[in-house]
Ligand binder design. Structure first.
Ligand SMILES: [Zn+2]
Length: 313
């Protein structure tokens, strides 16, 4: 089984009203996350990954830079590339109406999801993002994840037209994620949508039978460990985990959340010791009879208790 440890790298300015005032502080927090104990956004993420010998996939959001300047995108990409990690394309079209001159004609209203854009608009936005990243990395963008997992059938056509052959946008825990994209009749960890191979975010059944996606922020370590083992048992060819550049930080702060740091450290140690971790394969493993991973009630119950304690504190 190939584990893909993926990160969506993006920044936000605490609303859309005071973008220019908020951008410098937001950039510092989301990209570096500086604190007295170290830089727990991208730098610490990259350091931990490398310490455990893990190669991840960093989906970088470039549209913000069409608003604030390409040098900021360059800073992010160079941080990731100089750590020997892979850069691919993430897209949050919420930025589209903030960009001057506009990248597409219709920017009268903010449209959050890529699925709200026409095929031609998606081609224009994905094409812009791809060129912006490639101008910095000097390498072809080959993989994509839509912001908020909000891809639709047109997104796959747009990817094909832009020459991107790998997608990792689908996440069955989100209603906006590819509702019009056909799923295989049985559980599969990859399939083709036209010329594009999609590797959905892994969704497992938690200890209470609920669907839960393999996101570092939102699963207990025990759940992730059990889901990984269960995926191997179930003959899965791939296991896609999602995280973000800012997940080790406390909400709205720049200092680290020790609980999350510990969980990420332990997850990386587990992956480094027991699993094959790397890029999305150009040629997916041909697996038959894959079964959806499941997790026992003990691990999920433990996450519930931890979340409840956290709310009390
Ligand atoms: Zn995102």
């Amino acid at each position: 089984m190939r584990v893909i440890l993926s990160f969506d790298v993006e920044l936000w300015c605490n609303g859309w009203d005071r973008l220019d005032q908020n951008f410098p502080g937001s950039f510092e927090r989301y990209v570096y996350g500086r604190s007295a104990r170290g830089d727990y956004a991208l730098p610490k993420t990259l350091e931990i990954m490398n310490r455990h010998g893990l190669k991840g996939v960093f989906f970088v959001e470039p549209l913000f830079a069409a608003r604030f300047g390409e040098q900021h995108l360059r800073t992010i990409v160079e941080l990731i590339q100089s750590a020997g990690q892979e850069v691919q394309l993430h897209l949050h079209p919420e930025w589209t109406d903030e960009i001057r001159p506009p990248l597409i004609a219709n920017v009268q209203a903010k449209r959050q999801h890529l699925s709200m854009y026409t095929l031609d608009e998606q081609v224009a936005l994905i094409g812009h993002g791809k060129r912006a990243l490639e101008a910095i990395t000097g390498r072809a963008v080959t993989a994509f994840r839509a912001g908020s997992f909000a891809a639709n059938r047109d997104t796959f056509e747009a990817l094909a037209r832009c020459g991107i052959t790998i997608d990792s946008s689908l996440n069955d825990c989100y209603a906006v994620s590819g509702p019009d994209v056909a799923r295989p009749p049985t559980y599969q960890t990859q399939w083709r949508v036209g010329p594009v191979v999609t590797y959905p975010v892994t969704v497992f059944r938690d200890g209470f039978g609920r669907a839960r996606s393999a996101q570092v922020n939102g699963c207990g370590l025990g759940e992730l460990a059990e889901a990984l083992a269960s995926a191997v048992q179930g003959g899965c060819g791939h296991f896609v985990i999602v995280s973000h550049n800012f997940e080790m930080l406390k909400p709205d702060r720049s200092d680290p959340d020790d609980r999350v740091v510990r969980r990420f450290e332990r997850l990386c140690a587990l992956l480094g010791a027991r699993y094959e971790v790397g890029s999305y394969p150009q040629q997916p493993a041909a697996c038959t009879g894959e079964r959806q991973p499941t997790v026992g009630t003990w691990s999920t119950g433990r996450r519930y208790v931890e979340q409840a304690l956290r709310r009390l504190m």
